[in-house]
Design a protein around this ligand. Structure first.
Ligand SMILES: *[C@@H]1O[C@H](CO)[C@@H](O)[C@H](O)[C@H]1NC(C)=O
Ligand SMILES: *[C@@H]1O[C@H](CO)[C@@H](O)[C@H](O)[C@H]1NC(C)=O
Ligand SMILES: *[C@@H]1O[C@H](CO)[C@@H](O)[C@H](O)[C@H]1NC(C)=O
Ligand SMILES: *[C@@H]1O[C@H](CO)[C@@H](O)[C@H](O)[C@H]1NC(C)=O
Ligand SMILES: *[C@@H]1O[C@H](CO)[C@@H](O)[C@H](O)[C@H]1NC(C)=O
Ligand SMILES: *[C@@H]1O[C@H](CO)[C@@H](O)[C@H](O)[C@H]1NC(C)=O
Ligand SMILES: *[C@@H]1O[C@H](CO)[C@@H](O)[C@H](O)[C@H]1NC(C)=O
Ligand SMILES: *[C@@H]1O[C@H](CO)[C@@H](O)[C@H](O)[C@H]1NC(C)=O
Ligand SMILES: *[C@@H]1O[C@H](CO)[C@@H](O)[C@H](O)[C@H]1NC(C)=O
Ligand SMILES: *[C@@H]1O[C@H](CO)[C@@H](O)[C@H](O)[C@H]1NC(C)=O
Ligand SMILES: *[C@@H]1O[C@H](CO)[C@@H](O)[C@H](O)[C@H]1NC(C)=O
Ligand SMILES: *[C@@H]1O[C@H](CO)[C@@H](O)[C@H](O)[C@H]1NC(C)=O
Length: 432
Protein backbone atom coordinates (compact mmCIF):
# COMPACT_ATOMS: atom_id res chain seq x y z
CA UNK A 1 0.00 0.00 0.00
CA UNK A 2 2.68 2.42 1.11
CA UNK A 3 4.79 1.60 -1.95
CA UNK A 4 1.83 2.12 -4.23
CA UNK A 5 1.07 5.40 -2.52
CA UNK A 6 4.70 6.51 -2.89
CA UNK A 7 4.74 5.59 -6.57
CA UNK A 8 1.49 7.42 -7.12
CA UNK A 9 2.81 10.41 -5.22
CA UNK A 10 6.04 10.49 -7.23
CA UNK A 11 4.29 10.24 -10.58
CA UNK A 12 1.76 12.83 -9.47
CA UNK A 13 4.38 15.33 -8.36
CA UNK A 14 6.29 14.76 -11.60
CA UNK A 15 3.12 15.44 -13.50
CA UNK A 16 2.67 18.83 -11.86
CA UNK A 17 6.32 19.86 -11.60
CA UNK A 18 8.27 19.38 -14.78
CA UNK A 19 10.85 21.39 -16.67
CA UNK A 20 10.44 19.95 -20.16
CA UNK A 21 7.99 19.93 -23.03
CA UNK A 22 7.99 17.08 -25.53
CA UNK A 23 5.90 16.73 -28.70
CA UNK A 24 3.63 14.40 -26.69
CA UNK A 25 3.44 16.68 -23.63
CA UNK A 26 2.64 20.30 -24.39
CA UNK A 27 1.94 22.97 -21.79
CA UNK A 28 -1.66 24.09 -21.63
CA UNK A 29 -3.71 26.69 -19.79
CA UNK A 30 -2.39 27.49 -16.35
CA UNK A 31 0.23 24.69 -16.20
CA UNK A 32 3.80 25.85 -15.60
CA UNK A 33 7.29 24.57 -16.25
CA UNK A 34 9.46 24.81 -13.13
CA UNK A 35 13.27 24.72 -13.45
CA UNK A 36 14.73 21.71 -11.66
CA UNK A 37 16.09 23.86 -8.81
CA UNK A 38 12.70 25.54 -8.44
CA UNK A 39 14.06 29.04 -9.12
CA UNK A 40 12.16 29.86 -12.32
CA UNK A 41 8.65 29.25 -13.62
CA UNK A 42 7.40 29.55 -17.19
CA UNK A 43 3.81 29.57 -18.36
CA UNK A 44 0.91 31.62 -19.67
CA UNK A 45 0.14 34.88 -17.91
CA UNK A 46 -2.21 37.81 -18.48
CA UNK A 47 -0.79 41.31 -17.91
CA UNK A 48 -2.85 43.63 -15.68
CA UNK A 49 -5.95 45.00 -17.38
CA UNK A 50 -5.53 42.72 -20.33
CA UNK A 51 -7.40 39.67 -21.58
CA UNK A 52 -4.45 38.64 -23.75
CA UNK A 53 -2.26 35.70 -22.75
CA UNK A 54 1.49 35.49 -23.19
CA UNK A 55 4.11 32.87 -22.39
CA UNK A 56 6.33 34.44 -19.76
CA UNK A 57 9.16 33.64 -17.38
CA UNK A 58 9.18 34.66 -13.72
CA UNK A 59 10.99 33.88 -10.48
CA UNK A 60 9.12 31.03 -8.86
CA UNK A 61 10.08 31.69 -5.27
CA UNK A 62 9.56 35.39 -4.73
CA UNK A 63 6.33 37.01 -3.62
CA UNK A 64 6.07 39.56 -6.45
CA UNK A 65 5.24 38.06 -9.84
CA UNK A 66 8.04 39.58 -11.93
CA UNK A 67 7.91 38.79 -15.64
CA UNK A 68 11.49 38.85 -16.93
CA UNK A 69 11.02 37.34 -20.38
CA UNK A 70 8.12 37.00 -22.81
CA UNK A 71 8.15 34.60 -25.76
CA UNK A 72 5.31 36.05 -27.85
CA UNK A 73 5.39 39.71 -26.81
CA UNK A 74 3.93 40.88 -30.12
CA UNK A 75 1.63 37.90 -30.72
CA UNK A 76 -0.81 37.35 -27.86
CA UNK A 77 -3.28 34.53 -27.47
CA UNK A 78 -6.68 36.25 -27.52
CA UNK A 79 -8.84 33.22 -26.74
CA UNK A 80 -9.32 32.23 -23.10
CA UNK A 81 -6.50 29.65 -23.01
CA UNK A 82 -3.44 28.79 -25.03
CA UNK A 83 -0.95 25.97 -25.55
CA UNK A 84 2.84 25.94 -25.77
CA UNK A 85 4.06 22.90 -27.67
CA UNK A 86 7.09 21.64 -29.52
CA UNK A 87 6.62 20.18 -32.96
CA UNK A 88 8.65 17.36 -34.49
CA UNK A 89 10.55 19.87 -36.59
CA UNK A 90 11.91 21.50 -33.42
CA UNK A 91 9.80 24.61 -33.54
CA UNK A 92 8.15 25.93 -30.36
CA UNK A 93 4.57 26.87 -31.10
CA UNK A 94 2.04 28.93 -29.21
CA UNK A 95 -1.49 28.14 -30.30
CA UNK A 96 -4.82 29.56 -29.20
CA UNK A 97 -7.98 27.64 -28.33
CA UNK A 98 -8.86 27.37 -32.01
CA UNK A 99 -5.45 25.70 -32.66
CA UNK A 100 -4.33 28.71 -34.63
CA UNK A 101 -0.56 29.21 -34.35
CA UNK A 102 0.04 32.75 -33.03
CA UNK A 103 3.80 32.47 -32.49
CA UNK A 104 6.60 30.15 -33.55
CA UNK A 105 10.28 30.03 -32.67
CA UNK A 106 11.17 28.74 -36.13
CA UNK A 107 12.36 25.34 -37.30
CA UNK A 108 15.39 23.96 -35.45
CA UNK A 109 17.87 21.32 -36.56
CA UNK A 110 16.91 18.52 -34.15
CA UNK A 111 15.60 15.01 -34.72
CA UNK A 112 14.06 14.31 -31.29
CA UNK A 113 13.26 17.76 -29.97
CA UNK A 114 12.50 18.66 -26.37
CA UNK A 115 12.20 22.09 -24.80
CA UNK A 116 13.62 22.54 -21.32
CA UNK A 117 13.55 25.35 -18.79
CA UNK A 118 17.10 25.47 -17.37
CA UNK A 119 18.04 26.60 -13.87
CA UNK A 120 19.31 29.85 -15.38
CA UNK A 121 15.83 30.68 -16.68
CA UNK A 122 16.85 29.92 -20.26
CA UNK A 123 14.18 28.06 -22.25
CA UNK A 124 16.09 25.89 -24.73
CA UNK A 125 15.29 23.53 -27.59
CA UNK A 126 17.63 20.57 -27.78
CA UNK A 127 18.01 16.94 -28.77
CA UNK A 128 16.18 14.68 -26.31
CA UNK A 129 19.25 12.50 -25.90
CA UNK A 130 22.78 13.66 -25.17
CA UNK A 131 22.29 17.07 -23.63
CA UNK A 132 25.69 18.48 -24.57
CA UNK A 133 24.89 22.15 -24.03
CA UNK A 134 24.36 22.70 -27.76
CA UNK A 135 21.00 24.32 -28.11
CA UNK A 136 19.12 24.49 -31.38
CA UNK A 137 17.24 27.52 -30.06
CA UNK A 138 17.35 29.47 -26.79
CA UNK A 139 15.16 32.13 -25.24
CA UNK A 140 18.26 33.96 -23.91
CA UNK A 141 19.07 34.88 -27.53
CA UNK A 142 15.92 37.01 -27.59
CA UNK A 143 15.82 39.17 -24.44
CA UNK A 144 12.62 41.07 -23.75
CA UNK A 145 13.13 44.15 -21.53
CA UNK A 146 15.22 42.52 -18.81
CA UNK A 147 18.71 41.10 -18.44
CA UNK A 148 18.92 38.45 -15.72
CA UNK A 149 22.09 36.69 -14.54
CA UNK A 150 23.75 34.80 -17.38
CA UNK A 151 21.83 36.56 -20.16
CA UNK A 152 23.84 38.58 -22.69
CA UNK A 153 23.11 41.86 -24.41
CA UNK A 154 25.14 42.60 -27.52
CA UNK A 155 26.16 41.24 -30.88
CA UNK A 156 27.15 37.67 -31.79
CA UNK A 157 28.84 37.86 -35.19
CA UNK A 158 29.05 34.06 -35.56
CA UNK A 159 25.37 33.36 -34.92
CA UNK A 160 24.30 36.62 -36.50
CA UNK A 161 22.45 37.76 -33.38
CA UNK A 162 21.92 41.30 -32.15
CA UNK A 163 20.53 40.98 -28.63
CA UNK A 164 18.79 44.10 -27.41
CA UNK A 165 16.47 44.90 -24.50
CA UNK A 166 13.26 46.69 -25.41
CA UNK A 167 10.76 48.17 -22.96
CA UNK A 168 7.13 47.06 -22.78
CA UNK A 169 4.61 49.43 -24.35
CA UNK A 170 2.61 49.57 -21.10
CA UNK A 171 1.95 47.45 -18.02
CA UNK A 172 -0.82 45.70 -19.92
CA UNK A 173 1.06 45.34 -23.21
CA UNK A 174 4.48 43.69 -23.50
CA UNK A 175 4.88 44.58 -27.19
CA UNK A 176 8.05 46.60 -27.95
CA UNK A 177 8.02 50.33 -27.22
CA UNK A 178 10.37 52.95 -28.66
CA UNK A 179 12.91 52.53 -25.82
CA UNK A 180 15.64 49.96 -26.21
CA UNK A 181 19.16 49.22 -25.02
CA UNK A 182 21.66 48.08 -27.61
CA UNK A 183 25.41 47.53 -27.90
CA UNK A 184 27.01 50.32 -29.91
CA UNK A 185 29.94 48.58 -31.59
CA UNK A 186 31.50 51.74 -33.06
CA UNK A 187 34.81 52.94 -31.61
CA UNK A 188 35.18 51.48 -28.13
CA UNK A 189 31.91 49.55 -27.56
CA UNK A 190 29.38 50.69 -24.97
CA UNK A 191 25.70 50.21 -24.18
CA UNK A 192 23.35 52.84 -25.52
CA UNK A 193 19.75 53.63 -24.64
CA UNK A 194 17.70 54.75 -27.62
CA UNK A 195 14.26 56.30 -28.06
CA UNK A 196 13.49 55.27 -31.62
CA UNK A 197 16.38 56.57 -33.71
CA UNK A 198 17.53 59.04 -31.03
CA UNK A 199 20.41 58.24 -28.68
CA UNK A 200 19.26 59.09 -25.15
CA UNK A 201 22.02 57.80 -22.91
CA UNK A 202 25.36 56.02 -23.23
CA UNK A 203 27.19 54.11 -20.49
CA UNK A 204 30.68 55.08 -21.63
CA UNK A 205 33.07 52.35 -22.87
CA UNK A 206 33.89 49.28 -20.77
CA UNK A 207 37.27 49.85 -19.08
CA UNK A 208 38.04 46.36 -17.83
CA UNK A 209 36.14 46.76 -14.58
CA UNK A 210 33.03 48.70 -15.49
CA UNK A 211 31.46 51.20 -17.88
CA UNK A 212 33.31 54.50 -17.44
CA UNK A 213 30.01 56.37 -17.03
CA UNK A 214 28.40 54.10 -14.44
CA UNK A 215 29.44 54.84 -10.88
CA UNK A 216 29.58 52.37 -8.05
CA UNK A 217 29.61 49.07 -9.96
CA UNK A 218 32.68 47.81 -8.09
CA UNK A 219 30.90 48.05 -4.77
CA UNK A 220 28.24 45.48 -5.73
CA UNK A 221 28.77 42.44 -3.51
CA UNK A 222 28.32 38.96 -4.97
CA UNK A 223 28.50 40.15 -8.60
CA UNK A 224 30.64 39.15 -11.55
CA UNK A 225 30.61 41.21 -14.71
CA UNK A 226 31.64 40.00 -18.13
CA UNK A 227 32.39 42.13 -21.16
CA UNK A 228 33.54 40.18 -24.19
CA UNK A 229 34.97 42.13 -27.12
CA UNK A 230 36.49 39.96 -29.84
CA UNK A 231 35.93 38.90 -33.44
CA UNK A 232 33.16 36.49 -32.46
CA UNK A 233 31.10 38.69 -30.16
CA UNK A 234 30.76 41.98 -28.33
CA UNK A 235 28.55 41.27 -25.35
CA UNK A 236 27.89 42.26 -21.77
CA UNK A 237 26.49 40.03 -19.03
CA UNK A 238 26.62 39.59 -15.30
CA UNK A 239 26.43 36.77 -12.82
CA UNK A 240 25.56 36.74 -9.17
CA UNK A 241 25.91 34.67 -6.07
CA UNK A 242 23.08 32.18 -5.68
CA UNK A 243 21.61 34.30 -2.89
CA UNK A 244 21.54 37.50 -4.95
CA UNK A 245 18.66 38.14 -7.37
CA UNK A 246 19.35 41.07 -9.67
CA UNK A 247 17.91 42.35 -12.93
CA UNK A 248 18.72 45.09 -15.39
CA UNK A 249 15.58 46.46 -17.02
CA UNK A 250 14.56 49.20 -19.44
CA UNK A 251 11.12 50.53 -18.52
CA UNK A 252 8.34 52.35 -20.34
CA UNK A 253 9.59 55.75 -19.23
CA UNK A 254 12.91 55.09 -20.96
CA UNK A 255 14.85 54.44 -17.76
CA UNK A 256 17.47 51.68 -17.49
CA UNK A 257 17.72 50.38 -13.97
CA UNK A 258 19.39 47.69 -11.89
CA UNK A 259 17.36 46.24 -9.04
CA UNK A 260 18.06 43.78 -6.26
CA UNK A 261 15.40 41.60 -4.70
CA UNK A 262 15.18 42.21 -0.94
CA UNK A 263 13.58 39.11 0.50
CA UNK A 264 13.09 40.69 3.93
CA UNK A 265 10.95 43.51 2.53
CA UNK A 266 9.51 41.70 -0.48
CA UNK A 267 10.49 44.46 -2.90
CA UNK A 268 12.76 45.12 -5.86
CA UNK A 269 15.18 47.78 -4.66
CA UNK A 270 16.50 50.02 -7.46
CA UNK A 271 20.24 50.47 -6.83
CA UNK A 272 21.14 52.35 -10.01
CA UNK A 273 19.28 53.98 -12.87
CA UNK A 274 20.00 56.17 -15.86
CA UNK A 275 19.59 58.76 -17.17
CA UNK A 276 19.87 60.14 -13.63
CA UNK A 277 20.76 63.81 -14.14
CA UNK A 278 21.37 66.48 -16.75
CA UNK A 279 24.89 65.20 -17.39
CA UNK A 280 23.59 61.75 -18.37
CA UNK A 281 21.96 63.30 -21.44
CA UNK A 282 23.77 63.04 -24.74
CA UNK A 283 26.15 65.98 -25.13
CA UNK A 284 24.63 68.57 -22.81
CA UNK A 285 27.71 70.77 -23.18
CA UNK A 286 29.10 70.87 -26.72
CA UNK A 287 32.67 70.07 -27.86
CA UNK A 288 35.67 70.39 -25.49
CA UNK A 289 33.44 71.06 -22.49
CA UNK A 290 32.79 68.76 -19.54
CA UNK A 291 29.58 68.24 -17.62
CA UNK A 292 29.62 68.10 -13.83
CA UNK A 293 26.21 67.87 -12.13
CA UNK A 294 27.69 69.18 -8.85
CA UNK A 295 28.57 72.50 -10.48
CA UNK A 296 26.28 75.35 -11.41
CA UNK A 297 26.19 75.81 -14.34
CA UNK A 298 26.91 72.15 -15.06
CA UNK A 299 29.00 72.86 -18.18
CA UNK A 300 32.58 74.04 -18.01
CA UNK A 301 35.29 74.33 -20.66
CA UNK A 302 38.19 71.91 -20.24
CA UNK A 303 41.38 73.65 -19.02
CA UNK A 304 43.03 75.37 -22.00
CA UNK A 305 39.71 76.03 -23.73
CA UNK A 306 37.34 78.99 -23.69
CA UNK A 307 33.68 79.30 -24.74
CA UNK A 308 33.27 79.50 -28.49
CA UNK A 309 30.22 81.78 -28.18
CA UNK A 310 30.73 83.71 -24.93
CA UNK A 311 27.38 85.46 -25.15
CA UNK A 312 25.40 82.23 -25.54
CA UNK A 313 27.54 80.70 -22.82
CA UNK A 314 26.65 83.59 -20.50
CA UNK A 315 22.98 82.69 -20.94
CA UNK A 316 23.89 79.06 -20.20
CA UNK A 317 23.53 77.78 -23.73
CA UNK A 318 26.65 75.61 -23.94
CA UNK A 319 25.77 73.92 -27.22
CA UNK A 320 28.57 75.59 -29.20
CA UNK A 321 31.14 74.26 -26.74
CA UNK A 322 34.66 75.56 -26.37
CA UNK A 323 37.73 76.38 -28.47
CA UNK A 324 41.45 76.33 -27.74
CA UNK A 325 43.05 79.34 -26.10
CA UNK A 326 46.39 78.51 -27.69
CA UNK A 327 46.83 76.62 -30.96
CA UNK A 328 48.70 73.32 -30.79
CA UNK A 329 52.34 73.29 -31.80
CA UNK A 330 52.69 69.73 -32.98
CA UNK A 331 55.63 70.18 -35.34
CA UNK A 332 57.82 71.86 -32.71
CA UNK A 333 57.00 69.09 -30.26
CA UNK A 334 56.07 71.30 -27.33
CA UNK A 335 52.50 70.03 -26.83
CA UNK A 336 51.66 68.12 -23.68
CA UNK A 337 48.74 66.41 -22.02
CA UNK A 338 46.32 67.49 -19.38
CA UNK A 339 44.99 64.66 -17.25
CA UNK A 340 41.30 64.81 -16.42
CA UNK A 341 41.13 62.22 -13.66
CA UNK A 342 37.59 60.86 -13.29
CA UNK A 343 35.74 61.02 -16.59
CA UNK A 344 33.07 59.23 -18.49
CA UNK A 345 35.17 59.05 -21.64
CA UNK A 346 34.34 61.31 -24.55
CA UNK A 347 32.17 59.73 -27.24
CA UNK A 348 34.36 57.17 -29.02
CA UNK A 349 32.27 56.72 -32.19
CA UNK A 350 35.05 58.29 -34.26
CA UNK A 351 37.94 57.23 -32.01
CA UNK A 352 40.50 54.52 -32.80
CA UNK A 353 41.24 51.62 -30.46
CA UNK A 354 44.52 49.67 -30.48
CA UNK A 355 44.60 47.11 -27.67
CA UNK A 356 48.21 46.10 -28.43
CA UNK A 357 49.76 49.36 -27.22
CA UNK A 358 50.87 50.14 -23.68
CA UNK A 359 49.83 53.40 -22.09
CA UNK A 360 53.29 54.92 -22.69
CA UNK A 361 53.20 53.86 -26.33
CA UNK A 362 49.72 55.33 -26.56
CA UNK A 363 50.98 58.74 -25.41
CA UNK A 364 53.87 58.69 -27.88
CA UNK A 365 51.55 57.53 -30.65
CA UNK A 366 49.15 60.40 -29.94
CA UNK A 367 51.89 63.06 -29.71
CA UNK A 368 53.40 61.98 -33.02
CA UNK A 369 50.10 62.26 -34.87
CA UNK A 370 49.20 65.90 -35.24
CA UNK A 371 45.51 65.13 -35.63
CA UNK A 372 45.36 63.33 -32.27
CA UNK A 373 43.58 65.45 -29.66
CA UNK A 374 43.36 63.02 -26.73
CA UNK A 375 44.09 59.49 -25.60
CA UNK A 376 43.04 57.11 -22.82
CA UNK A 377 43.79 53.54 -21.79
CA UNK A 378 41.28 51.04 -23.19
CA UNK A 379 41.69 48.90 -20.07
CA UNK A 380 42.47 50.53 -16.73
CA UNK A 381 43.37 47.31 -14.91
CA UNK A 382 47.00 46.81 -13.82
CA UNK A 383 48.02 50.41 -14.38
CA UNK A 384 46.33 50.74 -17.74
CA UNK A 385 46.87 49.30 -21.20
CA UNK A 386 45.50 49.57 -24.70
CA UNK A 387 45.05 52.82 -26.51
CA UNK A 388 42.04 54.90 -27.45
CA UNK A 389 42.89 57.99 -29.54
CA UNK A 390 40.59 60.79 -30.58
CA UNK A 391 40.97 63.13 -33.52
CA UNK A 392 39.19 66.44 -33.89
CA UNK A 393 36.59 67.36 -31.30
CA UNK A 394 35.99 65.72 -27.92
CA UNK A 395 32.29 65.38 -27.28
CA UNK A 396 30.09 64.41 -24.35
CA UNK A 397 32.64 64.30 -21.53
CA UNK A 398 31.25 63.94 -18.03
CA UNK A 399 33.38 64.33 -14.92
CA UNK A 400 32.96 62.69 -11.55
CA UNK A 401 34.46 63.93 -8.30
CA UNK A 402 35.21 60.50 -6.86
CA UNK A 403 38.19 58.32 -7.74
CA UNK A 404 35.98 55.22 -7.71
CA UNK A 405 34.19 56.58 -10.77
CA UNK A 406 35.15 57.14 -14.38
CA UNK A 407 38.70 56.97 -15.70
CA UNK A 408 41.60 59.17 -16.80
CA UNK A 409 41.42 61.07 -20.06
CA UNK A 410 44.56 62.75 -21.45
CA UNK A 411 43.78 65.85 -23.47
CA UNK A 412 46.40 67.41 -25.75
CA UNK A 413 47.16 71.06 -25.03
CA UNK A 414 49.67 73.65 -26.18
CA UNK A 415 52.46 74.21 -23.65
CA UNK A 416 51.08 77.63 -22.69
CA UNK A 417 47.79 76.10 -21.58
CA UNK A 418 49.21 73.32 -19.44
CA UNK A 419 49.24 73.87 -15.71
CA UNK A 420 52.41 73.00 -13.84
CA UNK A 421 50.73 69.93 -12.38
CA UNK A 422 50.73 68.23 -15.75
CA UNK A 423 54.28 69.05 -16.84
CA UNK A 424 55.28 65.41 -16.49
CA UNK A 425 53.47 64.71 -19.75
CA UNK A 426 55.64 67.00 -21.88
CA UNK A 427 57.24 65.37 -24.87
CA UNK A 428 60.69 65.97 -23.36
CA UNK A 429 59.96 63.42 -20.63
CA UNK A 430 58.97 60.83 -23.24
CA UNK A 431 61.94 61.22 -25.60
CA UNK A 432 64.43 60.13 -22.98
C1 LIG B 1 -5.96 25.81 -13.41
O1 LIG B 1 -7.10 25.75 -14.23
C2 LIG B 1 -8.05 24.80 -13.79
C3 LIG B 1 -9.14 24.68 -14.82
O2 LIG B 1 -9.42 25.89 -15.43
C4 LIG B 1 -8.57 25.21 -12.42
O3 LIG B 1 -9.50 24.27 -11.94
C5 LIG B 1 -7.41 25.30 -11.46
O4 LIG B 1 -7.82 25.78 -10.21
C6 LIG B 1 -6.33 26.21 -12.00
N1 LIG B 1 -5.15 26.11 -11.16
C7 LIG B 1 -4.52 27.19 -10.71
C8 LIG B 1 -3.35 26.93 -9.87
O5 LIG B 1 -4.88 28.31 -10.99
C1 LIG C 1 -11.87 41.43 -20.80
O1 LIG C 1 -13.01 40.63 -21.07
C2 LIG C 1 -14.15 40.99 -20.33
C3 LIG C 1 -15.25 39.98 -20.60
O2 LIG C 1 -15.39 39.76 -21.98
C4 LIG C 1 -14.55 42.42 -20.69
O3 LIG C 1 -15.65 42.79 -19.93
C5 LIG C 1 -13.40 43.36 -20.42
O4 LIG C 1 -13.70 44.66 -20.87
C6 LIG C 1 -12.15 42.89 -21.13
N1 LIG C 1 -11.02 43.70 -20.72
C7 LIG C 1 -10.20 44.29 -21.56
C8 LIG C 1 -9.10 45.09 -20.98
O5 LIG C 1 -10.31 44.15 -22.77
C1 LIG D 1 6.90 22.65 -38.25
O1 LIG D 1 5.85 21.97 -37.60
C2 LIG D 1 4.66 22.73 -37.36
C3 LIG D 1 3.69 21.87 -36.60
O2 LIG D 1 3.61 20.61 -37.16
C4 LIG D 1 4.10 23.24 -38.69
O3 LIG D 1 2.97 24.07 -38.43
C5 LIG D 1 5.15 24.03 -39.43
O4 LIG D 1 4.67 24.40 -40.70
C6 LIG D 1 6.40 23.18 -39.59
N1 LIG D 1 7.41 24.01 -40.23
C7 LIG D 1 8.08 23.60 -41.29
C8 LIG D 1 9.00 24.60 -41.91
O5 LIG D 1 7.95 22.49 -41.75
C1 LIG E 1 -12.19 30.88 -32.58
O1 LIG E 1 -13.21 30.14 -33.20
C2 LIG E 1 -14.53 30.64 -32.91
C3 LIG E 1 -15.55 29.69 -33.52
O2 LIG E 1 -15.13 29.33 -34.79
C4 LIG E 1 -14.64 32.05 -33.49
O3 LIG E 1 -15.90 32.58 -33.19
C5 LIG E 1 -13.58 32.93 -32.87
O4 LIG E 1 -13.58 34.23 -33.44
C6 LIG E 1 -12.21 32.33 -33.05
N1 LIG E 1 -11.25 33.11 -32.28
C7 LIG E 1 -10.08 33.50 -32.77
C8 LIG E 1 -9.22 34.32 -31.87
O5 LIG E 1 -9.71 33.22 -33.88
C1 LIG F 1 22.07 19.55 -38.22
O1 LIG F 1 22.66 18.84 -37.12
C2 LIG F 1 23.50 17.79 -37.54
C3 LIG F 1 23.93 17.03 -36.31
O2 LIG F 1 24.19 17.86 -35.25
C4 LIG F 1 24.68 18.38 -38.31
O3 LIG F 1 25.52 17.36 -38.75
C5 LIG F 1 24.14 19.14 -39.51
O4 LIG F 1 25.19 19.82 -40.17
C6 LIG F 1 23.13 20.18 -39.07
N1 LIG F 1 22.52 20.81 -40.24
C7 LIG F 1 22.35 22.11 -40.35
C8 LIG F 1 21.65 22.58 -41.60
O5 LIG F 1 22.73 22.90 -39.50
C1 LIG G 1 21.18 46.05 -33.24
O1 LIG G 1 19.81 46.42 -33.25
C2 LIG G 1 19.57 47.76 -32.85
C3 LIG G 1 18.08 47.97 -32.79
O2 LIG G 1 17.48 47.61 -33.96
C4 LIG G 1 20.25 48.69 -33.86
O3 LIG G 1 20.05 50.03 -33.45
C5 LIG G 1 21.74 48.38 -33.89
O4 LIG G 1 22.36 49.17 -34.86
C6 LIG G 1 21.96 46.91 -34.21
N1 LIG G 1 23.38 46.62 -34.10
C7 LIG G 1 24.05 45.95 -35.03
C8 LIG G 1 25.49 45.73 -34.78
O5 LIG G 1 23.51 45.56 -36.05
C1 LIG H 1 28.90 35.53 -2.35
O1 LIG H 1 28.95 36.89 -1.95
C2 LIG H 1 29.55 37.07 -0.69
C3 LIG H 1 29.47 38.54 -0.37
O2 LIG H 1 30.14 39.28 -1.32
C4 LIG H 1 31.01 36.57 -0.74
O3 LIG H 1 31.59 36.72 0.51
C5 LIG H 1 31.02 35.11 -1.15
O4 LIG H 1 32.35 34.68 -1.31
C6 LIG H 1 30.29 34.95 -2.45
N1 LIG H 1 30.22 33.54 -2.80
C7 LIG H 1 30.50 33.09 -4.01
C8 LIG H 1 30.34 31.65 -4.25
O5 LIG H 1 30.87 33.83 -4.91
C1 LIG I 1 32.77 34.91 -10.71
O1 LIG I 1 33.66 34.34 -11.65
C2 LIG I 1 34.58 33.44 -11.09
C3 LIG I 1 35.55 33.03 -12.17
O2 LIG I 1 34.90 32.76 -13.35
C4 LIG I 1 33.82 32.27 -10.48
O3 LIG I 1 34.72 31.37 -9.91
C5 LIG I 1 32.86 32.79 -9.41
O4 LIG I 1 32.08 31.75 -8.91
C6 LIG I 1 31.95 33.84 -10.02
N1 LIG I 1 31.14 34.42 -8.97
C7 LIG I 1 29.85 34.70 -9.14
C8 LIG I 1 29.18 35.40 -8.01
O5 LIG I 1 29.25 34.40 -10.15
C1 LIG J 1 10.77 53.72 -14.64
O1 LIG J 1 11.79 53.71 -13.66
C2 LIG J 1 11.94 54.94 -12.97
C3 LIG J 1 13.15 54.83 -12.06
O2 LIG J 1 13.06 53.72 -11.22
C4 LIG J 1 10.65 55.24 -12.22
O3 LIG J 1 10.77 56.48 -11.57
C5 LIG J 1 9.48 55.28 -13.21
O4 LIG J 1 8.27 55.45 -12.51
C6 LIG J 1 9.43 53.99 -13.99
N1 LIG J 1 8.39 54.08 -15.00
C7 LIG J 1 7.41 53.19 -15.08
C8 LIG J 1 6.40 53.43 -16.15
O5 LIG J 1 7.33 52.23 -14.34
C1 LIG K 1 57.91 76.59 -33.64
O1 LIG K 1 59.10 77.16 -33.10
C2 LIG K 1 59.57 78.25 -33.87
C3 LIG K 1 60.91 78.65 -33.29
O2 LIG K 1 60.81 78.77 -31.88
C4 LIG K 1 58.57 79.40 -33.83
O3 LIG K 1 59.03 80.45 -34.61
C5 LIG K 1 57.27 78.90 -34.40
O4 LIG K 1 56.28 79.90 -34.27
C6 LIG K 1 56.82 77.66 -33.65
N1 LIG K 1 55.65 77.12 -34.31
C7 LIG K 1 54.47 77.15 -33.75
C8 LIG K 1 53.35 76.55 -34.54
O5 LIG K 1 54.27 77.62 -32.62
C1 LIG L 1 31.98 61.58 -36.03
O1 LIG L 1 32.25 62.01 -37.34
C2 LIG L 1 31.09 62.41 -38.07
C3 LIG L 1 31.53 62.72 -39.48
O2 LIG L 1 32.62 63.58 -39.47
C4 LIG L 1 30.44 63.61 -37.37
O3 LIG L 1 29.27 63.97 -38.04
C5 LIG L 1 30.10 63.21 -35.94
O4 LIG L 1 29.58 64.32 -35.24
C6 LIG L 1 31.34 62.70 -35.21
N1 LIG L 1 30.94 62.20 -33.91
C7 LIG L 1 31.60 62.53 -32.81
C8 LIG L 1 31.08 61.95 -31.54
O5 LIG L 1 32.57 63.25 -32.81
C1 LIG M 1 46.75 60.01 -37.46
O1 LIG M 1 45.53 59.46 -36.92
C2 LIG M 1 44.51 59.36 -37.87
C3 LIG M 1 43.27 58.85 -37.16
O2 LIG M 1 43.57 57.74 -36.37
C4 LIG M 1 44.93 58.41 -38.98
O3 LIG M 1 43.91 58.34 -39.95
C5 LIG M 1 46.20 58.93 -39.60
O4 LIG M 1 46.66 57.98 -40.56
C6 LIG M 1 47.28 59.13 -38.54
N1 LIG M 1 48.44 59.74 -39.15
C7 LIG M 1 49.67 59.27 -38.97
C8 LIG M 1 50.76 60.03 -39.60
O5 LIG M 1 49.88 58.24 -38.32
Amino acid sequence: MLLLFLLLFISFSQAIERDTITPAQPLTGNETLISSDGKFALGFFKPVNSNNSYVGLWYNKISERTIVWVANRKDPVTTSTGTLSISNNGSLLITDQNSTVVWSSGVANVTNPVAQLLNTGNLVVREDEGNDGNYAWQGFDYPTDTLIAGMKVGVDFVKGLNRTMTAWTSDSDPSPSQYYVTMDIHGDPELVLCAGSKKVYRTGPWNGYRYSGIPGTLTYAGFNFSFINNKQEITYSFNTNLSVLSKLTVNQSGIVQRSLWVEGSGIWNVIWYAPMDQCDNIEPCGPFAACNPNNSPVCDCIQGFTPKSPEKWFYRDASDGCVRKTQLDCKNGTDGFLVIPYTKLADTSNATVDTSLSLDECRTHCLKNCTCTAYAPADVRNGGSGCITWTNELRDIRVFTNSAYGQELYVRLAAADLGTATLQYFLSTICR
